[in-house]
Design a binder for this molecule. Structure first.
Ligand code: FES
Length: 64
């Protein structure tokens, strides 16, 4: 897996999202996980354009 920047406004990478996801264990609800990841990384608090990409990354990490 290659790391890449998902959220350009806040410089949040795929690995940042993965690390944030590992900090809690509610791996059931993508939207809930998104909120938690957002709290930890500030992702998607700028232009918001990365929202769907973050959701995709979370789904992908959850299904690993
Ligand atoms: S790219 Fe994530 S908030 Fe703008």
């Amino acid at each position: 897996m290659v790391n890449y920047t998902i959220c350009k406004c806040k410089q949040v990478t795929y690995f940042d999202v993965e690390d944030a996801l590992k900090k809690f264990s509610t791996f059931s609800d993508v939207e809930k996980n998104f909120e938690e990841v957002q709290k930890l990384t500030n992702c998607s608090t700028g232009c918001g354009g990365c929202h769907d990409k973050i959701l995709d990354a979370i789904s992908e990490i959850m299904s690993k």
